[in-house]
Each structure stands twice: as C-alpha cells, then as structure tokens.
Design a protein around this ligand. Structure first.
Ligand SMILES: CSC[C@H]1O[C@@H](n2cnc3c(O)ncnc32)[C@H](O)[C@@H]1O
Ligand SMILES: [Zn+2]
Length: 446
C-alpha cells in the first residue's frame, strides 16, 4: 500500500465488539469505525484500518460494544421535572387530576428549557442520540436540542382546548406551521405535528393536521389506542374504534407514528398494515399506568414497523432506552406466549433502525453503515454486572442498564466521553432543577 492510498479521516473508534444492526443480527469483533465530518466513512476490521486510514484522533474501546445511537420515538421531554409527582394512578386520573393541573400551573418557556435539558442529559447518558418530543413551547425544545447538538423530532401539540401554549386549534396550527417553516431542512431538528389523541382532538383539526402534513412532509405523531377505556368511549361517542376513525380521516399514512396501540383487533391490524403507519411501543408507561399490553411481535410479524419510546418521565419514570428494551423483550414473550418473541437482536433493531424508519430517516440513521450519519454509542461491558460475555447483544438487552453507556457521538461530535457529558453543564442544570423541585413541592403542599 502506498502513501497515496491512505485515506484521511477525523476519528477512528476501535471496537472490541460492533453491532451494526445491518446486516441483521451481526456481531463483529475488532472493528474500526472511521468518522469523516458528520458521517461514517467506513466500518472495517482494525487490521485493514491500520493500512488504509489515518485519522487525527483514535478512541480505543477494548471492552466495549459499539452500535448506532438509540432513537427514542416518543416522549414529553420537559415532563422530567414532574418525575415522581403522581404515581400509581390510571391514565385518565393521572392526567385529569394531577398532570394537567400541574402543567397549567408550571409550564412556561423556562420550564421547557430546563426540563428538556434535564431529559437530554438523562437520554444522552443512557445511549439515546435522537429523541422525539411532543410538548408545549416546541420552539424552545427545538432550540435547546439544536444548541446541545442532539437530534430531535419536535412535534407541536394540537388539542381542542386551550393550554399554556395555545388558545385552540387555529392557534396551535398556525404556530405549528411556523415551527415547521423555521426548521425545514435542518440536519438535527425534524418538526412534526402532534395531535394529542383521538379523545382530545376533533375531526376538523385532525383533517387540517393531515393537510399540513401532506403540504409540508412533516410527520404526524398521535397517542392511539392507549387504553381499553379510550376504545370503548370512542365506540360510544363516534360509533367507531379510534383506529377506524383515524383511517377515515386520512390520519394513518407512512408518515404517521401511532403511539401505544395496546388494543388491537383484526380490523385495527388490517388498517395499520394497509396504511403503512408506524407503531411506537412504550411498554413501561403502559405497565405503570395499567394501560394495557402492545402485541409487538404480532405487529412485527404482520409487517408493521414497531419502534420504541419511553413516554415522559412522569409515567415511566425514567428515559433509559436500554431499560425500555429489556421490558419490551420480556413483555413480548408473555404477550405472544412465546419465549422467542422480540429477541435481543430484534429489540436492538426496534430501538435503532425501526426508530429511524418511523421518523423518516432510515436513509441516514439507525445502523452503522458507511455514508450514514455518525450517531454512535459505546457500552462498556467491563463491569462485574456485565461479565462474563458470551453474547454482547444479550447483555445489552437483558443485563444492561443505560448507565453502562460510556461514549456517544452525534453528527460526528462527541457528546459523552467516559461517562461525562461534553455539551451540558450538569452542575448548573442541577441548580435549576432544584429550583423547580422547591417550587413544585411548595405548590403540592398547599
Ligand atoms: C399535547 S402535549 C402532550 C400532552 O400529553 C400528555 N401526556 C403525557 N403522557 C401521556 C400519555 O401517556 N397519554 C396521553 N397523554 C399524555 C402531557 O401531559 C401533555 O399534556
Ligand atoms: Zn405520551
């Protein structure tokens, strides 16, 4: 090999194990990932990299698994400030009697800035590189994510009634369209439309959301079939199951993400299949609110793309996607009555490539493939709780929790180095969080 054939790169990551997600279920050993700018230039055996590449930086990860960053496809980031505020309640009591009053009292631009940063600190620390948010003041959440260099789908809320962010559907939709225009074409921020749920948004605003999505290409994300109560109430009010109503209104398309889907009959499955809409499975929130069980393996078998989300930290109560994967894999086995349902490799794919497909970014994200964006994480398996190692994929899903994540890069930029966040001042953030805790606690005690 002559000097002319040496290729320059920015960062070389030397990985003991590499799970690229594509090809499916591959576990490679002693691989080098070469990053050039914001993209993956190559994934090659280390010996080959020695001959072919010179980079300005090398990161040796001799006890680590390297894989694509996780994609958390559903959450309400700033609700991290409400973590542990109201537990052990079913969805509608939790929302009506606790969360919506608290949001009315506390949510402001500053709340969103601090709460979103708290959520990002937790997500980055536990391996998420892209998150999806559906919450108030989305323009603030988008800016905070962009300033930190985290990739995010930011959905603006759409409801029939006024909230801290809008006076009603007209206001939500005009502010939302401005959000879409402001972030169109951005590398990091994907603006999206977030009709809250079939029981809070009536037909006319839903049709306008569909038209806005068609005109702009913005994805739609909606809570759908979260509980049996939601389905029953909809049959009484509309004479239809919510999925059928959404299909009739044109809401279900390949650019739509249906969050929860714990109640699925044959007609729902047909509608999901026919539409190409995605399902976002949030098993821990569904368990904690006793909402129901999403049949993830049945959906996958039917060809429906199933991604994973944590939901907000007030109903989970963490944003650790590795924990979520463990729960998803365990739950799937019981729901399918089949221990082979949602294997470790399948779970990892759901949290990466399936997530990328759901947000319309599979061409750029979700696997370690040359040409894709360099959104990469490393998990350190050297701790006793992850030893010995026969199968790293098994450990990532069944033994790990997100705190073993040691490194991450987003767009080729380091975000986590040996467990330390590089772009968030955690000490300063903790002071602001403490301030919110005191204010919310005082209000609770009144
Ligand atoms: C339209 S902004 C988001 C809105 O949704 C509320 N919320 C949080 N978690 C859930 C859930 O699991 N189901 C339904 N609604 C949820 C959040 O508190 C905001 O008000
Ligand atoms: Zn939610």
């Amino acid at each position: 090999m002559t000097a002319e054939t040496i290729i320059a790169g920015d960062i070389r990551i030397n990985a003991r194990w590499l799970i690229p997600i594509e090809p499916e279920a591959a576990v490679l050993e002693h691989q080098a990932v070469i990053i050039q700018g914001s993209r993956i230039a190559a994934v090659v055996p280390m010996a080959e990299a020695d001959c072919q590449y010179r980079t300005r930086e090398t990161v040796d990860l001799p006890n680590h698994v390297v894989m694509p960053g996780l994609i958390n496809v559903h959450g309400h980031a700033a609700m991290s400030l409400f973590r542990g505020l109201a537990d052990d309640l079913p969805l509608m009591t939790w929302l009506n009697d606790h969360i919506w009053p608290a949001e009315g009292a506390f949510v402001s631009e500053q709340f969103i800035a601090d709460g979103t940063q708290l959520a990002m600190a937790e997500m980055l620390r536990t391996g998420t590189t892209t998150f999806s948010d559906m919450y108030f003041f989305p323009e603030i959440a988008a800016q905070i994510a962009r300033d930190t260099g985290m990739r995010a789908q930011i959905s603006f809320p759409l409801l029939d009634f006024p909230t801290v962010w809008g006076s009603g559907p007209d206001d939500y939709l005009s502010k939302g369209e401005a959000l879409i225009t402001a972030w169109e074409g951005d590398d990091f921020i994907i603006p999206a439309i977030g009709p809250h749920a079939p029981y809070t948004v009536s037909d006319d605003p839903l049709k306008r959301a569909v038209s806005l999505s068609g005109r702009t290409g913005a994805p739609i994300q909606i809570h759908l079939h979260e509980t049996a109560f939601e389905v029953q109430e909809a049959i009484e009010k509309h004479g239809q199951r919510p999925v059928a109503r959404m299909a009739d209104l044109g809401v279900l398309t390949p650019n739509t993400q249906c969050v929860h889907m714990t109640q699925i009959d044959d007609s729902d499955l047909d509608a999901l299949q026919a539409s190409g809409a995605h399902v976002v499975h949030c098993p821990e929130s569904n368990l904690k609110l006793a909402s129901g069980l999403c049949p993830a393996q049945q959906l996958l078998d039917a060809g429906v793309n199933v991604a994973v989300g944590t939901d907000g930290a007030a109903s989970n109560n963490d944003l650790d996607m590795f924990g979520e994967l463990r729960t998803a894999a365990m739950m799937a086995k019981v729901v399918a009555d089949d221990a082979s349902a949602v294997s470790a490799h399948r779970a990892l794919r759901m949290a990466t490539l399936n997530g990328a497909r759901a947000i319309g970014r599979a061409h750029d994200l979700g696997s370690l493939t040359s040409g894709k964006l360099a959104d990469i994480i490393a998990v350190d398996l050297s701790d006793p709780f992850l030893q010995p190692v026969y199968d790293p994929a098994s450990h990532l899903v069944y033994s790990n929790h997100g705190r073993a994540v040691s490194h991450s890069w987003i767009h080729g930029v380091p975000q986590l180095q040996e467990g330390r966040l590089t772009r968030i001042d955690v000490a300063d953030l903790m002071l602001r969080v403490q301030g919110w805790q005191e204010r919310i606690q005082r209000h609770k005690a009144q």
